[in-house]
Ligand binder design. Structure first.
Ligand SMILES: Cc1cc2nc3c(=O)[nH]c(=O)nc-3n(C[C@H](O)[C@H](O)[C@H](O)COP(=O)(O)OP(=O)(O)OC[C@H]3O[C@@H](n4cnc5c(N)ncnc54)[C@H](O)[C@@H]3O)c2cc1C
Length: 306
C-alpha cells in the first residue's frame, strides 16, 4: 500500500529540525533511517501530515571516544549513526556487546539505513538497542524547543513505543560509559531468520575480579513491554565465583531467576513458555561469553538463528 500523502521537509541543522517540528505541530514526524517509520506509513498505521527529514543534517553520524579523568571515558554516537557503521567500528568493538548488538540487527539493508537514535526513539519492545544499552551506563541526549537535556536510558524509555521525548524534541546523541577494567559483556538474541526481530534476547555485562563477579547487569528483550532488568539474576551472580563452564550452578541459578523475571506474550514467534525457555538458554550463553571476555579472550558472540 502507498502511504497517505504528506509534506516533505528537509532540515539542514538539528536546530532547524526542532523549529520545524514546533511550527508544524503534532501532525509532523521526523524521518531517520525510515526502517520503522516507512513500513508504518505504508501500512497506514502512521499518517503524519509532515515529515521532517534528518538525513541531510551534517555531523549527526559519528562515533567518538571521550577521555575522562574520573571514570573510564565514554563512547558517543550521533543519533543518525547507522547500525552498520557501529557494526564496522573498531572503537565500538572496545565494548563487545555493542558490536554483538549492531551486527545482529536484521539484515544488511536494514543495518545500512537504520539508526541508533531512531531505534531508541521508536522504543519497540523487540528492538535490540534498548535492551543491550540498558546493561551499560547509557545517557540519551536530546534537543527541543526548551533547549538540550540528557536522560538516562532508564528514564528515556517509559513504555512500549513510548519515550520521554516531547513532540518537538529530538534525540541528538547516545553516550555510553566505557565499563571498568575486568569487565566483559555479551548480547545474544534468538531469531527465526536474519530479517526478523528476535524471539527473545539477553544482554549481560559483568565486572570480574579474578573469578569473582563484582558487578552484574542482565537485561531481557522481547519478553515484556520494555527491556526487563533481571535484578534477582544479577544478585545471584554478585560476589560469587564463576567458573563459566556449562555445569556452573551459580550461572544456572541466575538463568532460572531470569526466567522468573520474564513476562512474555505468546505470538507468532512462540508461546510464552517457549520464550521463557529461550531466556534461560540465552542468559546462560551470554554470561559464559561475558566471563571469557572479562578474562580478555576474543570471543565472537553471534546471534542464534532457528
Ligand atoms: C525488515 C526489518 C527488520 C528489522 N529487524 C530489526 C531487528 O532485528 N532488531 C532491531 O532492533 N530493529 C530491527 N528493525 C528496525 C530497525 O532497527 C530500525 O532502524 C529502527 O527501529 C528505527 O530506526 P530508524 O533510523 O530506521 O528510524 P525511523 O524509522 O526513521 O524512525 C522511527 C521512529 O523514531 C522517530 N525518530 C527517529 N529518529 C529520531 C531522532 N533522532 N529523534 C527523535 N525521534 C526520532 C521517528 O519519528 C519515528 O517515529 C527492523 C526493520 C525492518 C524494516
Amino acid at each position: 500500500m502507498y502511504p497517505r500523502s504528506f509534506h516533505y521537509h528537509r532540515a539542514s541543522s538539528l536546530d532547524e529540525a526542532v523549529t520545524m517540528l514546533g511550527q508544524l505541530g503534532e501532525s509532523a514526524k521526523v524521518l531517520a533511517g525510515g526502517q520503522s517509520l516507512i513500513p508504518l506509513l505504508k501500512l497506514r498505521f502512521a499518517n503524519p501530515e509532515h515529515l521532517v527529514d534528518l538525513n541531510f543534517i551534517p555531523a549527526t553520524s559519528y562515533i567518538r571516544a571521550e577521555e575522562a579523568a574520573l571514570h573510564f571515558g565514554a563512547l558517543r554516537f550521533g543519533a543518525m549513526t547507522r547500525h552498520a557503521e557501529i557494526e564496522r567500528s573498531a572503537m565500538a568493538r572496545t565494548i563487545p556487546l555493542l558490536h554483538d548488538c549492531a551486527a545482529g540487527i536484521a539484515d544488511v539493508q536494514v543495518r545500512n539505513r537504520g539508526t541508533i537514535g531512531g531505534s531508541l526513539a521508536e522504543a519497540d519492545p523487540s528492538g535490540d538497542w534498548a535492551n543491550a544499552l540498558i546493561t551499560l551506563d547509557t545517557t540519551v541526549h536530546c534537543l527541543g524547543s526548551g533547549g538540550a537535556r540528557s536522560l538516562s536510558l532508564q528514564d528515556f524509555i517509559t513504555d512500549a513505543y513510548t519515550t520521554a521525548l516531547a513532540p518537538n524534541e529530538l534525540v541528538t546523541e547516545v553516550e555510553v560509559k566505557i565499563p571498568p577494567k575486568g569487565s566483559g559483556g555479551a548480547y545474544v538474541a534468538f531469531k527465526r531468520s536474519a530479517p526478523v526481530y528476535p524471539s527473545a534476547s539477553a544482554a549481560v555485562q559483568l565486572t570480574m575480579s579474578g573469578e569473582v563477579c563484582q558487578e552484574a547487569a542482565i537485561a531481557l528483550g522481547c519478553v515484556g513491554l520494555t527491556a526487563i532488568r533481571a535484578t534477582a539474576a544479577e544478585t545471584a551472580l554478585r560476589g560469587k565465583i564463576l567458573s563459566g563452564d556449562g555445569s556452573d550452578k551459580t550461572i544456572t541459578a541466575a538463568a532460572e531467576a531470569a526466567r522468573a523475571a520474564a513476562d512474555p506474550q505468546p505470538d507468532m514467534r512462540g508461546s510464552a513458555e517457549y520464550k521463557r525457555e529461550l531466556v534461560v538458554a540465552l542468559v546462560k550463553r551470554a554470561i559464559q561469553i561475558a566471563i571469557r571476555r572479562a578474562r580478555g579472550e576474543q570471543v565472537e558472540g553471534a546471534h542464534l538463528y532457528a
